[in-house]
Design a protein around this ligand. Structure first.
Ligand code: FCB
Length: 406
């Protein structure tokens, strides 16, 4: 029997654009049409159905829920802030509180207002001031109701997909631009941290807990020769830990938010830097089960990653971990094995204080559309009917008792 501590935060995560529907002022909304991608459309209709969705979360014994605020709703035109949309999120958070579910709020989860992107997005130096202005408005409106903030979701995934691989808007392929975006995202967090704290202080509220959600992959060498090991340490440094190191130096993290899904089986063809940073084993040398997007399922990687976070000496919250699969037994197997590894890391002294499964609902998986099914709850996209999966019920037992049973 595996027992987690009594006040561990259990729940699930979502992001606004992926579940709400009709985020017509977001850059992604126009891009998905231009690029001929599947359209997010009504998504899960969560914007209207959030009460019903939170009833489900409550019935599944969740006592934390991660959501994001859609910037393009709050500030549809530069400098014009929408009171009705602010009120909407106050209601959403109130609905969580009414169900005794702790809201954990992300300020930026991949999408931007269209006006922001059209005037340079995260490449333009003005982005940091613009983001802080938005944060100021949102945090002032929600401070009373929120204790946990994540400023930015997965900065490394955002700048690599949008500015290196060129598969997300604005589809740039430029290391130079990627570097600027990286630096601006880092600065945005570093400046948002004292701003959020200041607002709480001015309002006489207890200090909030602030972090980012950092995407971390387990970097695993295929054959453990020097070149692969060097590649692993470079990738760990630049992709996984560089931002965390920076934020530690600036003392701008109260906990570490980790999104963990998979491993990279590192097998490098040459000493060229591009290969050192990108190559993965293509020869299926260490075959493991995969999710429906082809990502390796590698639960021990979560243990390895958590141990590498020990040096920061901060509480860790798993802000995303999950699987897309049509096979719900495999979902439970994934959840079970990952939780087992979280517990193992805790026994080795990593201070993990929460676990949020990605995702509460099936949802719009960015450029991959609605195909991948990550949800604890199935969505029928014709009727928007919600159906709780068996894995969700098993996870609900863990949320209720803190006990993980085989
Ligand atoms: C993460 C994102 C989240 C979702 C999952 C599957 O990288 O933060 O929005 O798409 O992957």
């Amino acid at each position: 029997m595996i027992q987690f501590p009594p006040n561990f935060l259990w729940g699930a995560a979502t992001s606004a654009y992926q579940v709400e529907g009709h985020n017509v002022n977001a850059d992604w909304w126009s891009w998905e049409k231009q690029a001929g991608k599947e359209n997010s459309g009504a998504a899960c209709r969560h914007y209207e159905l959030y009460q019903q969705d939170f009833d489900l979360a409550q019935n599944l014994n969740h006592h934390a829920h991660r959501l994001s605020i859609e910037w393009s709703r709050i500030e549809p035109k530069e400098g014009e802030f929408s009171q009705p949309e602010l009120k909407h999120y106050i209601d959403v958070i109130g609905a969580l509180r009414a169900r005794h579910i702790e809201p954990m709020v992300t300020l930026h989860h991949f999408t931007n207002p269209l006006w922001f992107s059209a005037s340079g997005g995260w490449e333009d130096r003005r982005c940091v001031g613009r983001f802080l202005r938005y944060c100021d408005v949102v945090v002032r409106a929600l401070a009373k109701h929120v204790r946990y903030w994540m400023t930015i979701n997965e900065p490394t995934v955002y700048f690599s997909h949008a500015y290196i691989y060129g598969v997300w808007p604005p589809q740039a392929k430029s290391y130079l631009k990627a570097k600027a975006v990286h630096d601006h995202l880092a600065l945005a967090h570093i400046k948002a941290y004292p701003l959020i704290n200041k607002i709480y202080k001015e309002s006489n509220l207890p200090k909030p807990f602030i972090s980012i959600s950092q995407h971390i992959q387990a970097m695993v060498p295929c054959a453990p020769h020097l070149r692969n090991r060097l590649a692993v340490s470079l990738r760990d440094k630049w992709f996984n830990f560089e931002l965390l190191d920076q934020f530690m130096r600036h003392k701008t993290m109260d906990f570490i938010g980790v999104n963990y899904y998979s491993r990279q089986l590192v097998d490098v063809g040459s000493w060229w830097i591009g290969h050192l940073l990108m190559d993965v084993c293509s020869k299926n040398h260490d075959p493991v089960k995969k999710n429906s997007l082809g990502w390796d399922i590698y639960p021990q990687g979560l243990y390895q990653v958590l141990l590498k976070l020990k040096k920061y000496n901060l509480p860790v919250i798993i802000t995303e971990n999950g699987i897309c699969t049509p096979d719900d037994n495999l979902r439970w197997e994934y959840l079970y094995n990952h939780l087992k590894n979280v517990h193992l890391a805790m026994q080795e002294g990593v201070h993990v204080t929460g676990y949020l499964y990605w995702s509460l609902l099936d949802n719009f998986e960015w450029d991959k559309g609605f195909g991948p099914r990550f949800g604890l709850v199935d969505i029928d996209y014709r009727t928007y009917k919600r159906t709780v999966r068996e894995s969700a019920r098993k996870f609900a037992q863990v949320c209720k008792t803190g006990i993980l049973e085989a």
